[in-house]
Design a protein around this ligand. Structure first.
Ligand code: CA
Length: 230
């Protein structure tokens, strides 16, 4: 079934949010499943195999961040966090845990659906088949397999970390501006904090060797050129 409806799992305890949101999604051609708790969210995350998860942070039996962490252990399903105003720190943690995006409450169904479509588009864009692996110094990045290794040992990267690294390595030796990184790795309509970018860069630095990703103050970041690390 190539044209099967895509399933959106909504993990959110407030019915005043889930009911209209599910209706709007169904009108837009999605199939929806709803979970009201962490445990239900994890169970449905496994049983219904959603194409995307909308994830509230404040759930009755725990934090949506735990759902995010748990789902990421076994799956790269796109996750959009539904976060309340003032939960900035939680949003950053969510993105670090591998969530793809977030929307801030109160939101309109239209806004969420636009986000969903953008995230799904990104997630399904083929891993640029035919693009050759890039090796610079100790780091090897394979765009087709979405794999990164350091000195031959595979490195686990979150989706956004991989996308960031791919862009930086493709432009190795040149500065990539913060604006371009945010536009290409997140979304042109990204209205989150640009701190998110710095968080991801520092995660990459921790996971890779030091001295590979240089900060160009006020402009952006630059991956070392092959000459520099030869
Ligand atoms: Ca809630």
């Amino acid at each position: 079934m190539v044209h099967a409806k895509r399933t959106i799992l909504i993990v959110e305890d407030e019915k005043s949010i889930t009911t209209p949101l599910a209706e709007a999604l169904e009108r837009d051609g999605f199939h929806t499943e709803i979970a009201h708790t962490v445990s239900d969210g994890l169970a449905k995350g496994k049983s219904v195999r959603p194409d995307l998860v909308l994830l509230d942070i404040g759930l009755p039996d725990g934090s949506g961040l735990d759902v995010c962490r748990e789902l990421r252990r076994t799956s790269s399903v796109p996750i959009i966090i539904l976060s309340a105003r003032g939960e900035e720190a939680d949003r950053v943690v969510g993105l670090e845990l591998g969530a793809d995006d977030y929307v801030v409450k109160p939101f309109s169904a239209r806004e969420v659906i636009a986000r969903i479509r953008a995230v799904l588009r990104r997630a399904s864009s083929p891993a640029r088949a035919g693009e050759a692996p890039i090796q610079i110094g100790p780091v090897r990045l394979d765009p087709a397999k979405r794999m990164v290794s350091l000195n031959g040992t595979s490195v686990e990267l979150a989706r956004k970390e991989f996308d960031l690294l791919a862009l930086l390595m493709q432009e190795a030796g040149s500065v990539v501006t913060r604006e371009r990184l945010i536009d290409e790795v997140w979304d042109v309509n990204w209205f989150g904090s640009t701190k998110t970018l710095d968080v991801h860069i520092s995660m990459l630095r921790k996971k890779l060797a030091p001295g590979l990703i240089h900060t160009v103050r006020g402009v952006g970041f630059r991956f070392a050129s092959p000459d520099e690390v030869a």
